[in-house]
Design a protein around this ligand. Structure first.
Ligand code: BGC
Ligand code: CA
Length: 299
């Protein structure tokens, strides 16, 4: 285990912080509180640069697009202009959102060709009713079905691999990927938390410039790093049980930002882990990749 110094980037009380995302163009970190239906924007070079937008419903994840953000709200994919002006445009409905009874969107990101991949989560977080989709030009095409909690989506820097985790399986799958066509091959079980005796479940991830996969272990109180061969090469404890996702950001793309959650913690846990619900940061001596933007007609 590497005891790396973890600092508070923004002291917050987020129920379910998620989806950190760095925009090189805007030198801004974006992230969400899924349960609160809020997107945050923070120009890290400015002490007063934190703004937020309320969506009025849960927001699973965000991605960059021309002039703004794509957001996967519970009910569907929308485009949000930047800077926030309180407005957004609906692009596609979530096929699993049955008027509030169904599955909301969860983890997602763009591939290097600018397709937006986004998954759902079973409403009870217990049955395999969720799926992973690829969004392009108004269409959400199903890619993987029978999931329970779609998480951990990432791509290798050379575009040849797609990583994905169905959290409750406690494993991470790797698929051969053709970034030109958007087609993926047969998966294999790339990381098995049971075999490695690691706690928690795989949540959100980021791949660094060397191709290492950094993953937050929800309920595992740590961020772990795997080589492209799937070997555990880093294990970084964080001061709360529920880190949710990581992203490289900052001018040099060398700061690891970590979102965290307060949900499922009781008062005693919260006293023990006062940083749960905040945005954290850690200097890890590695460089991140530039996060691709959505790059196709919107609808
Ligand atoms: C989901 C949470 C879930 C967590 C752990 C997150 O991506 O949004 O609802 O509890 O993963 O599986
Ligand atoms: Ca997640």
């Amino acid at each position: 285990m590497t005891q790396q110094r973890v600092e508070v980037a923004q002291a917050l009380n987020m129920s379910l912080g998620e989806s950190p995302l760095w925009s090189v163009e805007r030198q801004t970190l974006y992230w969400v509180d899924i349960n609160a239906g809020v997107i945050y924007a923070w120009q890290t070079a400015q002490s007063t640069g934190l703004t937020q937008m309320e969506l009025g419903e849960k927001v699973g994840c965000i991605a960059l697009c021309e002039g703004g953000l794509l957001a996967a709200l519970a009910s569907g994919v929308v485009r949000i202009p930047l800077p926030f002006n309180g407005q957004y445009e609906r692009l596609a409905a979530n096929p699993e959102w049955l008027e509030g009874q169904g599955n909301r969107f969860n983890d997602g990101r763009c591939d290097a060709a600018g397709r937006f991949w986004v998954g759902t989560i079973d409403a009870q977080e217990s049955q395999p009713t969720a799926a992973l989709y690829c969004y392009r030009e108004g269409q959400l095409k199903p890619q993987i079905s029978h999931l329970t909690i779609s998480n951990g989506l990432a791509f290798s820097p050379d575009g040849r691999w797609l990583y994905h985790a169905d959290s409750l399986s406690r494993s991470i799958q790797r698929y051969p990927y053709d970034v030109t066509s958007g087609e993926k091959g047969e998966p294999h079980c790339w990381v098995d938390l049971d075999a490695l005796d690691l706690p928690g479940v795989p949540d959100g991830a980021a791949v660094d410039r060397q191709g290492d996969y950094w993953c937050a272990l929800y309920n595992g109180g740590r961020v772990v790093r795997f080589s492209p061969q799937g070997e555990l090469v880093g294990n970084y404890p964080v001061p709360c049980p529920h880190p949710t996702m990581v992203a490289f950001g900052g001018k040099q793309l060398d700061t690891l930002y970590i979102t965290t959650a307060m949900q499922h913690l009781d008062a005693a846990d919260k006293e023990r882990w006062p940083l749960a619900g905040s945005l954290l940061q850690m200097e890890v001596g590695k460089l991140g990749c530039v996060e691709p933007s959505y790059a196709a007609p919107l609808a």
